[in-house]
Design a protein around this ligand. Structure first.
Ligand code: DGI
Ligand code: FE
Ligand code: FE
Length: 193
């Protein structure tokens, strides 16, 4: 695909993303795209895939619980997924809506969307880029984000580890239910099991 065709594809995708979410979330999505493209250039991933995965990663975030529950029951998902909520569903199950409604069938992109919240023990370069870009995009302003940004420019695996540890610290300190995949990510990337 030429760069002209790429930007053509992007400009057709953009309004579909925008209409699916608030202005604030759309700004976040554009921030993630910028961060993901920079990381893709730096670490040698496909810039086009990074762009599309970033633009679509939170596409389903504003769907109702009812829509997710319906999709979980329809699809090949374990029933225990129903114990969780939008925070887990919007990526893992939301990728189905991206595929169905935006006709994105690239499995690498769909996997990066599915894993963007929890990470996984096994992550591709694109998975890591989207996971980290979501955390460090320019609109994020939590206290340790600057440290996360610096690490991301030095070592992407270390950035995955740093983010995962911080997320786990937050989840535990606020007594949140932890999705097993989040723990698998911790064991692999933080503990180096
Ligand atoms: O969708 P975003 O807000 O851009 O970012 P995200 O998809 O990374 O995170 C959504 C939320 O999910 C965030 O507050 C962290 C949280 N989260 C990640 N793993 C788990 C989790 N929440 C719970 N309860 N359990 C998890 O295992
Ligand atoms: Fe998300
Ligand atoms: Fe996000």
């Amino acid at each position: 695909m030429t760069s002209v065709a790429e930007s053509d594809y992007r400009s057709q995708l953009l309004p579909k993303i925008q209409q699916a979410m608030s202005e604030k979330r759309f700004k976040h999505v554009l921030g993630v795209e910028k961060a993901a493209v920079q990381l893709a250039e730096k670490y040698g991933a496909s810039v086009e895939k990074a762009s599309i995965a970033a633009l679509t990663h939170d596409y389903a975030k504003e769907r109702s619980d009812q829509e997710f529950i319906q999709q979980i029951n329809k699809g090949n998902y374990p029933q225990e997924l129903l114990n969780y909520g939008n925070y887990i569903w919007h990526g893992l199950v939301g990728a189905d809506f991206v595929q169905q409604e935006l006709a994105i069938n690239n499995q690498e992109i769909l996997q990066a969307i599915r894993l963007h919240t929890t990470g996984a023990a096994e992550m591709s370069l694109l998975d890591k880029i989207i996971y980290v870009a979501d955390y460090i995009e320019a609109g994020r302003d939590f206290p340790i984000v600057e440290q996360a940004r610096e690490i991301a420019q030095v070592d992407l695996d270390q950035a995955v580890a740093f983010e995962t540890q911080q997320v786990l610290l937050y989840l535990i300190s606020s007594k949140k239910l932890i999705y097993p995949k989040t723990l698998e990510t911790y064991n692999r990337w933080v503990v180096n099991l």
